[in-house]
Design a protein around this ligand. Structure first.
Ligand code: HEC
Ligand SMILES: [Cu+2]
Length: 343
């Protein structure tokens, strides 16, 4: 195969450019820039999924390089240069058998471990697994621990080294639940229950990030959540606090405002008469690190603006705006202090 110099230079430029593109667009494996990467697994099942992913990926790389080399070889080597006449023939039994068998073998190599692992991951969880119910709402996640008497939202805690078993439902439309570092993606479907479980490796200060992965309305992109993997002592302390009624040191003046506003129609604060079920349970809102389904820190400023008009942060939010006519500025400040004191 002889090619003029210019062609080689073009080929080299093309290959160089495509390498550059793939390297520049390549993702970091973990850390601050890639907190939602499934190739940095931190649980048993996430690791199994990642092993399968790698198997398929490396096979695909081999196939890709092989086909690219072959097609470059044929396009460049057998170009019509006006000097050769293409030989006309039909069929080559040996080649056809070969290129049927090779893909079949590749598919078998991928399929056998994949089916094996799919069934292994779908096995029922161990009996000591902690049970958590997840309910999708536009645009937030509700978490309930039926055995611990906890109802909370948008921030879920699990103990390290113990299986966590999730039952998934939806209150309205289809949502999807996924923490890429911890387990495989599963949908929250109205009228249907899904299940997923895994055992997280080790406790970590920083939360694992998750979000809704099924377009569910205007604020789909603002429907996020955090999963904390705690050591047993920390988890037990968290659970004990969450199961208790609201803190006795909650700001009394703010509670009075809360209880006479529309808030109680939609929000529950255990230990008060507020028992609404439309929005997130606020009993321990002040202990959360984020608000509005993980979109921002619960600062006084964010809270005040949120209560005035949450749609400024979340288009399509189902929490109605509160005008000054129904909630004056002084009462708003009292409400904000109250919410922050709900540790
Ligand atoms: C009609 C029902 C409704 C009323 C009334 C209502 N809310 Fe909400 N609230 C919601 C919904 C729904 C959400 C979740 C919005 C989202 O994240 O998409 C929410 C979210 C919140 C959040 C954020 C919770 C979190 O975990 O991030 C706070 C705080 C809050 N509401 C406070 C209030 C206060 C204070 C009032 C009264 C002034 C009030 N709400 C009135 C429905 C309501
Ligand atoms: Cu959603």
């Amino acid at each position: 195969m002889r090619m003029p110099r210019g062609t080689w230079r073009q080929v080299a430029t093309l290959v160089g450019l495509s390498l550059l593109v793939s390297i520049l667009s390549g993702c970091a494996i973990s850390g601050a820039y890639a907190p939602m990467s499934s190739v940095a697994p931190a649980s048993d099942h996430a690791r199994e999924i990642n092993t399968l992913y790698r198997l398929v990926f490396y096979l695909a790389v081999i196939v890709f390089i092989g086909t690219m080399i072959a097609s470059l070889w044929f396009t460049l080597g057998f170009r019509d240069n006006g000097r050769r006449q293409a030989r006309q023939f039909h069929g080559n039994a040996r080649l056809e058998v070969l290129w049927t068998i090779i893909p079949v073998v590749i598919v078998i190599v991928m399929a056998v471990p994949t089916f094996d692992r799919i069934f292994a991951i779908a096995e029922p969880p161990p009996s000591d697994a902690i049970k958590i119910e997840v309910i999708g709402h536009q645009f937030w996640f509700e978490f309930r621990y039926p055995d611990l008497g906890i109802t909370t939202a948008n921030e879920v805690h699990v103990p390290a080294g113990r299986a966590a078993s999730f039952t998934l439902r939806s209150d309205d439309v289809i949502h999807s639940f996924w923490v890429p570092q911890l387990f495989g993606k599963v949908d929250l479907v109205p009228g249907h229950e899904n299940h997923v479980w895994f055992t997280p490796d080790a406790a970590r200060e920083e939360a694992y990030l998750g979000q809704c992965y099924e377009l569910c309305g205007l604020s789909h992109a603002n429907m996020r959540f955090r999963m904390f993997v705690d050591d047993t002592a920390k988890f037990d302390a968290w659970a004990k606090n969450e199961a208790a009624p609201r803190s006795p040191s909650a700001v009394a003046a703010g509670e009075a405002v809360f209880l006479r506003q529309a808030c109680i129609g939609c929000h529950t604060v255990q230990g008060t008469t507020a028992a609404g079920k439309v929005g997130p349970n606020l009993t321990h809102f002040g202990a959360r690190t984020t608000m509005g389904a993980g979109i921002m820190p619960p600062t006084a400023d964010n809270l005040a603006k949120w209560i005035r008009n949450s749609a400024d942060f979340k288009p399509g939010s189902l929490m109605p705006a509160q005008a000054t006519a129904t909630l004056n500025d002084q009462d708003l400040q009292a409400l904000v202090a109250y919410l922050q004191s709900l540790k």
